[in-house]
Design a protein around this ligand. Structure first.
Ligand SMILES: NC(=O)c1ccc[n+]([C@@H]2O[C@H](COP(=O)([O-])OP(=O)(O)OC[C@H]3O[C@@H](n4cnc5c(N)ncnc54)[C@H](OP(=O)(O)O)[C@@H]3O)[C@@H](O)[C@H]2O)c1
Length: 197
């Protein structure tokens, strides 16, 4: 299975009712305005240092298209100079050298190509790809950031998951902004014995 130290993380931000975007893809609801005085403050230096620990990103084509739209509107590219793998069966614009497209067997790609090369592999959405990653038993952990809002309908964090996935709650952080960050280990992965008490 290649690099035994490698770790696959799924990370997304969602509403409390579990949606990562509205049905039409809008994420306007992410600008929440809350105040939780007991929470932690987001430290930009910490975030910068943390992002450096991520070795590569993986995303679905719809998430990539959203990222391109954001960039076109002047909001920048969120994935720095890190290798970014986009899952797609289509011909999509390639605007930077760090982007690579892949189509096919996701398990083979992650275990045969990514794990031997990268230690910290981040799946950054969307719902379809995060569910595929879990269904295939590829994820080691899920980082779920909940914003203080309900939006009623939208694209779910895990699109059409067809079985139960047992998790171990490993970390909880609440922020002054009202966001709660949950980190779960996926049970049954090789790390479990290390983390279970
Ligand atoms: N809140 C957040 O943190 C967050 C994070 C990420 C995304 N989002 C939002 O989520 C929405 C997108 O999510 P989504 O679930 O609709 O789509 P998605 O997961 O981003 O992309 C799904 C697409 O990826 C391609 N794909 C998936 N597996 C593949 C494989 N093994 N091989 C080849 N291609 C594969 C297919 O596209 P093709 O048709 O191209 O083959 C599929 O339609 C966007 O609105 C985005 O803004 C939110």
């Amino acid at each position: 299975m290649g690099n035994t130290d490698s770790r696959v993380t799924i990370h997304m931000v969602a509403s409390l009712d579990g949606f990562i975007a509205r049905k039409d893809g809008r994420v306007d609801w992410m600008e929440t305005n809350d105040d939780f005085p007991a929470g932690e403050t987001m430290d930009p230096e910490f975030i910068k240092a943390f992002l450096k620990t991520i070795d590569c990103y993986v995303m679905g084509s719809r998430t990539y298209e959203t990222a391109l739209n954001f960039e076109a509107k002047g909001f920048g590219w969120s994935y720095g100079n890190k290798p970014t793998f986009v899952l797609t069966s289509r011909e999509l614009p390639r605007k930077r050298d760090t982007v690579e497209f892949y189509s096919g067997d996701l398990a083979q790609f992650v275990n045969g190509r990514l794990r031997p090369t990268f230690r910290t592999i981040w799946f950054v959405g969307g719902g379809m790809v995060s569910a595929e990653c879990l269904r295939l038993g590829l994820a080691d952990e899920v980082r779920y950031s909940i914003l203080p809002i309900l939006i009623g309908d939208g694209i779910p964090f895990f699109e059409k998951l067809d079985r139960d996935i047992a998790l171990h709650l490993a970390e909880v952080k609440a922020y002054k902004s009202g966001m709660v960050e949950l980190r779960y280990e996926v049970r049954g992965r090789r790390d479990e014995s290390r983390n279970a008490s």
